[in-house]
Design a binder for this molecule. Structure first.
Ligand SMILES: NC(=O)c1ccc[n+]([C@@H]2O[C@H](COP(=O)([O-])OP(=O)(O)OC[C@H]3O[C@@H](n4cnc5c(N)ncnc54)[C@H](OP(=O)(O)O)[C@@H]3O)[C@@H](O)[C@H]2O)c1
Length: 179
């Protein structure tokens, strides 16, 4: 079975996934409309594991309640503190490996449908040519600065738009697959 790496994220119209301090408040819109789930639950049901960067892990850990029932792989060159999250019953582990090695190691364990999360992490997987599907939901707000979803590339990444959806509240979701 081939591995598939997908991205599912919310982005300001000017391309940021978080404010400079990591705040995600702008993803909730201006509060005038129900922002809803926008396919997140169905997407989560389709994946085997979430592969997230250490920065995203630290933010999610701070939510108070661990939001995932799926396995989470935290990528870090350091030794992230997983003990507290694990003690709450969460399935979390740490890997320090290149995107290619992560995909190969997980495939050996039968883990093939991967949700890649975190700006720098998505960028590393894109540079390695490993992102197969991108579902990006643009929130109608400009925040001016922050943490970018996309960054420098050695080569263009050609994508094919397979779906475009708009939602009350002005969200526009675009789904792309690698050409
Ligand atoms: N809007 C959204 O939908 C959305 C989605 C996800 C995240 N976010 C936000 O984005 C922010 C985090 O993004 P980010 O770009 O700062 O970082 P990130 O991708 O979450 O984390 C980057 C870190 O992950 C580790 N890492 C990544 N790839 C690795 C690899 N192959 N091997 C070893 N370590 C690897 C490194 O940690 P070390 O430095 O420990 O080595 C690196 O510094 C947070 O604020 C989060 O809330 C928003």
């Amino acid at each position: 079975m081939n591995t598939s790496c997908s991205v599912f994220c919310g982005v300001s119209l000017d391309g940021f996934i978080a404010r400079p301090d990591g705040a995600l408040d702008f993803l909730e819109g201006d509060g005038t409309a129900e922002m809803g789930d926008h396919g997140y639950d169905a997407f989560m049901a389709s994946i085997d594991a979430i592969v997230m960067g250490r920065n995203t892990y630290e933010v999610v850990k701070g939510f108070g309640q661990w939001p995932y029932t799926k396995k989470v792989i935290v990528l870090s060159s350091t030794d992230p503190d997983l003990a507290e999250i694990r003690s709450s019953g969460a399935d979390v582990e740490h890997l320090n490996a290149s995107p290619e090695e992560v995909v190969a190691q997980l495939a050996l364990r039968g883990i093939h449908q991967l949700y890649i999360d975190g700006g720098a992490t998505v960028q590393r997987f894109l540079r390695a040519g490993l992102i197969d599907r991108l579902i990006v939901t643009h929130v109608p707000v400009l925040i001016g600065e922050g943490i970018r979803l996309f960054g420098a590339l050695e080569h263009d990444v050609q994508l094919k738009l397979v779906a475009s959806r708009s939602f009350p509240g002005g969200l526009v979701q675009s789904e792309y697959v690698k050409r």
